[in-house]
Design a binder for this molecule. Structure first.
Ligand code: AMP
Length: 282
């Protein structure tokens, strides 16, 4: 695997692989790689001839009180895991300057009204920061394919929307959520939790599954949401949001609406935010 730490090295690496024909797939990450991230690399490899993974803890998507400084950074282990997956290039910008050489020329990408809902309500400007850096990655790497995880459902919808406007030929793939045995979605932030807290956190997924069952039984949306919130609160998990939406994240108001849907929930255990979702058809 070629490791590029500067934009110059990145261009050299991209130049080298452009000599062989085929599609280039990009997997953007913030590192501390786990099986969820690696499933994206696997999907990228299945759909392309060359894969580039990026590891960049993007300061633009962290708020004032977020965990930017403490975000887990495990570069040596990450490199080993990517090598084992036969990733072709790792772009590991050594400073913010490699991503944004001229700070005054950062093209800010706005996430619009959807970026202010759900997670965006809890983290103002978060999705603008995500879209700005992903847009920049797309511009400098020019992939044919980019892979994101369904774990961050709202993020991948916003990236799809952005990509349609700016990169109409780019093919966005979404990989399913990888979970641990107790159902908890893998996340780098799970590192902040104790074993008891990890067990407690797994109730969010149990609750999402129960909500799908109730939906299939014809229960009203109001009752489904109320039942879920009451269950979570009864075990001392207070949801920041818990909502049923259609697949593009428009609100739905009654449970006889047919088509693909998603239930999304977010809560905090101590200072650690847990998000999860479940997609279903009805
Ligand atoms: P992050 O490093 O947290 O920014 O995540 C990088 C990419 O990995 C994003 O597209 C995430 O949605 C995806 N991802 C993170 N956790 C999981 C998981 N448990 N299953 C599938 N994809 C994931």
């Amino acid at each position: 695997m070629i490791i590029a730490k500067t934009k110059y090295e990145l261009n050299e690496a991209l130049g080298q692989i452009s000599l062989s024909p085929g599609k280039l797939a990009l997997v953007p990450t913030m590192g501390n790689l786990h099986q969820g991230h690696l499933s994206l690399v696997k999907l990228a490899k299945l759909n392309s001839s060359k894969t580039i993974t990026t590891i960049f803890v993007n300061p633009l998507q962290f708020g004032k009180n977020d965990d930017f400084d403490n975000y887990p950074r495990t570069i040596e282990q990450d490199i080993k895991k990517l090598n084992d997956e036969n990733c072709d290039i790792l772009f590991l910008p050594k400073s913010r300057n490699e991503m944004f050489p001229d700070e005054t020329e950062i093209q800010l990408i706005k996430s619009g009204s959807l970026g202010k809902e759900l997670c965006g309500k809890l983290r103002p400007d978060h999705f603008d920061g995500v879209l700005t850096v992903v847009h920049r990655m797309f511009n400098i790497i020019k992939p044919d394919i980019a892979v994101f995880g369904a774990k961050d459902y709202q993020q991948q919808i916003l990236i799809r929307n952005m990509s349609k406007s700016y990169f109409p030929n780019l093919n966005i793939l979404t990989a399913p959520i990888v979970r641990s045995n107790n159902g908890l979605a893998l996340s780098s932030r799970n590192n902040y939790l104790s074993n008891e807290e990890l067990d407690l956190a797994s109730n969010l997924f149990k609750c999402l599954k129960k909500s799908v069952d109730l939906y299939q039984l014809g229960e009203s949306i109001e009752v489904i949401i109320k039942t879920a919130k009451e269950f979570l609160i009864s075990i001392n998990l207070v949801p920041d949001y818990y909502e049923i939406r259609d697949e593009l994240l428009s609100p739905i108001f009654n449970s006889d609406q047919v088509g693909k849907k998603v239930i999304l929930g977010s809560l905090k255990i101590g200072n650690t935010r847990i998000i999860d979702n479940i997609e279903f058809n009805s």
